[in-house]
Design a protein around this ligand. Sequence first.
Ligand code: NAD
Length: 381
Amino acid sequence: MKVAVPREITAGEHRVALTPDAAATLVKSGIEVLVESSAGAGAFHADAAFEAAGARIVADAATLYGQTDVVLKVQKPTLAEVDHLREGTVLVSFLQALTSPDLVQRLAARRITSFGMEGIPRISRAQKMDALSSQANIAGYKAVLIAAGALPKFFPMLMTAAGTVFAAKTLVIGAGVAGLQAIATARRLGAQVWGYDVRPVVKEQVESLGAKFLEFDLGQADTEDKGGYAKALSEEASRRQQQMLGEKTKEFDVVVTTALVPGRAAPRLVTKATVAGMRPGSVIVDLAAEAGGNCELTVPDTVVVEHGVTIHGPTNLPATMPAHASQLYARNVTELLREFVKDGALALNFDDEIVGGTCVTHNGAVVNAAVQAALSTGTAS
Ligand code: NAD
């Protein structure tokens, strides 16, 4: 079985789907690993390191795609990349399948068996494969560093001969994986931290990190689905949330927003009016920028200053820490790959919760129920 790792071509993407260490593990298990020349350069892995791990370096992507059974990627492929894949190739990558209808249809038309890393079920057996978590952890950490860099104040409280400075007040909205890491990082830097989420179950997790939890009565009891994800709020609950959160947000020096509802536009939680009411010099880092932003003034990958408030909307923070991001992602994909292989050959068991749940297209059809529903209702856009 041949597994290929192309160079990522998305602008600013420095990660690679496999590190030399992960490649060595696959090689040891009898899998042939092919790596496009300079694929690891952005993550500081030279071709020679892959060769030392037992992988073969291939000069270009077209040659690579022409001779492999499985392709491992980080970013969803472009349509042109899909067209280079051989019919029947197994593709493992982030696909953002719920919101990428053109890509999904092309993968089906090209008869690619595609697996979206965002679809790994959040069950204990799949924790080692959970790339959403491994990468969100990095984003949460880096978001706080960006905020600390942009804030014209200290994060910690300091008592100096020249006077006392008070700790920065930090609010983290959305306490999932990224939010909890943002809370932990802001605490390590000495900020006073509050967390907020629509799912009341995270209160304990927020408090266990030494932060306080904000609670609002939104008049909607049912805020979590069976998978543990947030549900979209009703119009009335959203309005109440914007209003209550708006009042509170004004008190903070730093606001990190991470609120997402899978397959939907990010909830709008910080309005223009809220920003206008914040103290000049305050900083917002909006990790939901790619899904439309939690803040009304966010512009993806741009630093906006409005009313003296600096708003960052980074869309790919994991790529800014490519060494660890690639290390963790490589572990995630190799663990998933393990589920696909028996006695050194591909053996896909679609009845398995992980294999079946992650597969998006197979044999010319879209096989994932959630993706089918998004395509038919047109929510995928
Ligand atoms: P996510 O990225 O989908 O969303 C981030 C956070 O935003 C979530 O905590 C969500 O509740 C919150 N949110 C959504 N709408 C909001 C709103 N209007 N206001 C405030 N907050 C809002 O979430 P995630 O980080 O991927 O985590 C999703 C769930 O999966 C969590 O329950 C997490 O604990 C769980 N999880 C489980 C495992 C596992 O068991 N293997 C691994 C990772 C995550």
